[in-house]
Design a protein around this ligand. Structure first.
Ligand code: SAH
Ligand code: SF4
Length: 348
């Protein structure tokens, strides 16, 4: 029998199971304290839970669905990439990005990605399956456990790893609810960001969930025509429909939208493109420019630095709040778009 995953077990189910085993309901709270607040990795660590209950819990539940395989740290020490093995032998990656006062975990939501953007390693790797809620939450909790040993804690979570989160809607929303629940990880909604390629029904649904996380839209081009060239999936939705759904989200949650824009030499990086972008999007919003990170086998190029700076300056002069993400972790292939699943565990 496959064990039940605690990271996705509601408190009520745990209480019901405990009562069936003749245990009082308050045990659920104790167990959850160990799991969520103290990041316990085994039932043996739960000192106020009796030995025999620990054994029954072990037989019924698993704390984490992820098996640690490998960890790589970038030269500057600011980025760490984790490789996990899943119960069915697939692998996923997560990235920890350290900055003063900020520990951000970038999580994957799928094994591979069904969207297949031309510039992205995750997309080129194909799609194997959706991750479960426990597998998504587990990425954050495993890294949090390691940080807690050093007296630190995960402070931010971004859904910007492998996969399109809105194509795994139910599991992703349940993971977000778990991450923000005060009895669970208890992260502030403002410290969670979901990045999407633009799935209209997903954005609309998210606007009705009563959770106000940050939403980032991977726009990448100022017109539907250019967008379709680099994101074949874009043919499924009119750009206007996506922008309207984003506006609905902004109104419902009060959270301004971030537009992500990957800069590809000769494709979407001209001054005309920058002006077209200004006409397309309506403040309050911000633009995050991401100069393309090289992916093996892809014939795309990052623009020269002066062209990137010129593009940024046009947006800024046009009144658009603009940041440029000179991505971290390129030396360990942990930067945006460089995560890909591996079929076999690499040699350690
Ligand atoms: N599927 C979602 C979230 C994961 S990708 C999405 O596409 O939004 C997170 C971000 O990395 C996206 O903005 C994506 O466009 C960007 N990205 C993908 N490949 C990249 C590359 N090679 N260089 C730079 N950014 C890339
Ligand atoms: Fe999927 Fe996002 Fe990569 Fe496109 S950029 S293939 S949507 S992970």
């Amino acid at each position: 029998m496959q064990r039940q995953q605690l990271y996705e077990t509601p408190r009520e189910s745990l209480v019901a199971w405990l009562q069936q085993h003749g245990e009082p309901a308050f045990r659920a709270k104790q167990i959850e304290e160990w799991v969520w607040k103290r990041s316990a990795s085994s039932f043996d660590a739960m000192m106020n839970v009796g030995k025999s209950l620990q054994e029954s819990l072990k037989a019924q539940f698993s704390i984490s669905p992820l098996e640690w395989v490998k960890k790589e740290r970038s030269e500057d020490g600011e980025t760490t990439k984790y490789l996990w093995k899943l119960h069915d032998g697939h692998f996923v990656e997560s990235v920890l990005i350290e900055a003063p006062g900020r520990m951000t975990v970038c999580v994957s939501s799928q094994v591979g990605c069904p969207v297949g953007c031309a510039f992205c390693a995750s997309g080129r790797a194909g799609f194997l399956r959706n991750l479960t809620t426990a597998e998504i939450v587990g990425q954050v909790m495993e890294i949090n456990r390691e940080l807690m040993r050093l007296g630190q804690k995960v402070s931010h979570v971004v859904f910007m790893g492998m996969g399109e989160p809105l194509r795994n809607y139910e599991a992703v929303v349940a993971a977000i609810r778990t991450l923000i629940h005060p009895d669970r990880l208890g992260l502030s909604q403002r410290r969670i960001t979901l990045s999407t390629v633009g799935v209209v029904e997903g954005i609309r649904a998210l606007a009705t969930e009563g959770i106000a996380i940050n939403l980032a839209f991977s726009l990448h081009a100022p017109s539907q025509e250019v967008r379709k060239k680099i994101i074949p999936y874009a043919r499924h939705y009119e750009l206007g429909d996506i922008l309207r759904a984003l506006e609905e989200y902004r109104k419902a949650t009060g959270r301004d939208i971030t537009y992500e824009y990957i800069l590809l030499a000769g494709i979407n990086d001209s001054p005309d493109d920058a002006h077209a972008l200004i006409r397309l999007i309506k403040p309050p919003c911000s633009v995050n420019l991401i100069p393309y990170n090289p992916v093996a086998g892809v014939a795309l190029k990052r623009p020269e630095t002066d062209r990137i700076v010129a593009f940024r300056d046009i947006l800024k002069k046009g009144g658009i709040v603009t940041t440029c993400r000179f991505t971290k972790g390129r030396d360990i292939a942990a930067a945006c778009g460089q995560l890909a699943f591996v079929e076999h565990a690499p040699a350690l």
